[in-house]
Structures are given as structure tokens and as C-alpha cells.
Design a protein around this ligand. Structure first.
Ligand SMILES: [Zn+2]
Length: 143
């Protein structure tokens, strides 16, 4: 019981940190942050935005998100592809529930646990993660 409560408090802190990290996003419509934690260390981070070398603008003239904007989870996972670390067995903290595209990446990246802070109307991402046997936890970061 006690260790569960300890884990929950830790989860909440990481989730709040992901929320602070989301503030880096220059996207106007929505700001999302993600942290990948393995063995007590933050090994990667991400927020939604355009790929490296592109203009720091997420929306087109009609305020529609550009198709090449990467989600926070995708940025955090692909950042690991360029590092000497890896996400096998890691936990990812995301300020919002992952979409199905990011859920696929999370599964293939070997991430074992997903903690997210905002429910989305579509649950197909979470459903896919659960089908893959990945533990998903929703937490209200403001509690
Ligand atoms: Zn996504």
C-alpha cells in the first residue's frame, strides 16, 4: 500500500514536469509534453512541434495544425533513436492521452507503462496500448 502511494506521488511529479515541459511548445492550438523515465532517470523529453530545421509554427493560415507536426510522444521517442539510451522497459509521462499513431510508436519502443494527464474523446490510442499489455494510468495533474 505504502509503495503504491509513493509511486503515485512520483507519477504526479513527473506528470507535472511534463506539463511544464509542454510550455516549450510553440503550437497555438494545443501544447503537449512528454517525458520518458527509465530506472529513475529522465532519458528523453518532447513537446509537440515541427521537425528540426522547419519554421517554429504549427498552424497554417486557417489555424489548422500542419500535417508534419510531430506529437510530443513521437518527439521524445525519436530523440532516443539519436541517443545512446533506449526506452526498453521505460515509462512515458504524457500530458494528454496518446493518439493511435503515437500508441504504435510507444508499443514498438518497448515502453511498458504510460501515465497520462488528460483524457481525449477518442480512446483508440489507449485501447491499442491495453491490447498490447501496456499498463496505462490516468492521473489528474492538478490534484
Ligand atoms: Zn500522437
Amino acid at each position: 500500500m505504502e509503495s503504491n502511494e509513493k509511486q503515485r506521488k512520483l507519477d504526479l511529479r513527473y506528470l507535472r514536469m511534463a506539463g511544464i515541459w509542454a510550455e516549450n511548445s510553440y503550437c497555438q492550438r494545443r501544447q503537449v509534453g512528454a517525458l520518458v523515465v527509465k530506472e529513475g532517470m529522465i532519458i528523453s523529453d518532447g513537446y509537440n512541434g515541427t521537425p528540426s530545421g522547419f519554421e517554429n509554427v504549427c498552424e497554417d493560415d486557417n489555424n489548422v495544425t500542419k500535417p508534419y507536426v510531430l506529437h510530443a510522444e513521437a518527439n521524445a521517442i525519436t530523440k532516443l533513436a539519436r541517443s545512446s539510451n533506449n526506452s526498453d522497459g521505460a515509462t512515458i509521462y504524457i500530458t494528454a492521452s496518446p493518439c493511435i499513431e503515437c500508441a504504435k510508436l510507444i508499443i514498438q519502443a518497448g515502453i511498458r507503462r504510460v501515465v497520462y494527464g488528460e483524457k481525449y474523446r477518442l480512446t483508440d490510442g489507449i485501447d491499442l496500448l491495453e491490447r498490447a499489455g501496456i499498463e496505462t494510468t490516468y492521473l489528474n495533474p492538478n490534484e
